[in-house]
Design a protein around this ligand. Sequence first.
Ligand code: ZN
Length: 536
Amino acid sequence: MRFFLSLLLGVSFYLAQSQTNSDPYINKSLIKVHSINQAIIDSLSEFNVIPISCRASMLESDLIVDSLTIAWLNHHNIPFSIIQNNMAKMIDLEMDNIEKRQYQRSTNWYSVYRELDEIEDKIDDIIASSVNQETGYITKIIIGQSYEGRDIWAIKLSSANGTYPNPKPAIVINGGQHAREWITPMATTYLIEHLPELYYSNSNWNIFLNEVDVYIIPVVNPDGYVYTWEEDRWWRKNRQINIGSDCVGTDLNRNWDFDWNGEQSTSENPCSDIYVGSAPFSAFETSVVSQYISSIPNLVNHIDVHNYSSLIVGPWSSSDEPTEDNDEIFCLGTQMQAAVSNTNDYPYLFGTGTVNNLLYLISGGMVDWIYGGLSSLSFLYELRPASLYYFDSDWNGLLAFDNPEEEILPVCEEFLQGVKEMIKWTYFQNCEVATGCSDPEAENYYCNTLEGEMGCLYTVDFNAPPQENGAYNLLEYSLPLGFIDDGSCIYSSSIESLSQNKFIIKTIDMLGRKSSKKGLYLEIYNNGTVEKKYIN
Ligand SMILES: [Zn+2]
């Protein structure tokens, strides 16, 4: 009995002593300050206040505060509402839930959030099993070390096949800049698993991924990620010490060398969640990742994935001015938006800059550095949910960084659909076939094209004199017009409508998209024989 008692005491002593990631939130509340203004923010900066949104600004964000802050707000008659008055309990419930699910080993890997070593094991398993399919398609590269010495990895998907000249167009996708956004390493790992599956098993995707290299950096900030599991659930920054300050960490998404320490949502205070660091790339992690991305030849597209807000955001992040590539950014952005939103009927928005005042601008962000510094298109994804908190039957006030586990898989699936749009776009860009009907000469020119829509429509007047490159006569041709192969891209075409003097040609690429290839070269079947004629 004595032994049993001492064992019990030992256990409770251990529990009392052991640090959990909810400890920093004991006696903390989540509040919304109404009619907040800069003067209130300046005053609040003297208190222990944590803004909770990804693009952190006290102006828009809900805030985690302590009792001293609440007393100050009450004393000054500043109206606020309490969203959740027991933050530590909420985290403990989440961690209990995760622990329970982790013991159910039969569950799908994406049914529970995973710790860093689990993510690494999963990726190693994917790479090991891929050797059975095609040795060398997936490779894992250690690109450098974090401040605390953890490896930062990139997973490269690159085929030895394909026809595009080397270096092939490349896409980079990274997650986990912000430590507490646990859905993002899940989403990047999902890509590492499912893009190779598409490449191996789907003939269209085999073609696309033969021609486009994809680099995935699943966890940019491993130190912060581990810290959120072990010490502080809502830690955002890296874990680098700041000389002359007791406060730790740099906000990695303020530390990129573009408009660094500009005036948009930045802080020079090392205690701030949006601390810019001592210099551009002063953080180990941004230094390592920026050097690696700079070394990738022919980088054309990029995604930096965060949560929450259900948004896709193109450059600029630091300004509402349109970029030189605004048309392209809007075409691809709205295509990705539609693909992501349609996957599970969960709406995402797309925009640039402040996204019609939904967001505030940020300086020193990764997207602006990639676009402005490396001349590649670049997008920021803010995955689900759309708003900070919501309610369910078990526990009201679940927080955004804690998407319920049932939603991990749907979020990963919709993210994959957005990435697939980017890969297709990159593939077609390189073969000079627009994915939308972007030919201004077509009758239905419109850049925001969805899969399955009608093709570009051209009206050809056969009363006009024959062109030099081939005479034609409407009455000679019979349906169907067949496949067109110009050597790099394949698409099909058919007569859309027929009248006495005109016919309209519809062109559709292999995915059912509109095509706007100029200098259309038609392979025309005429009574069983094949003629080839230029149409324009
Ligand atoms: Zn973030």
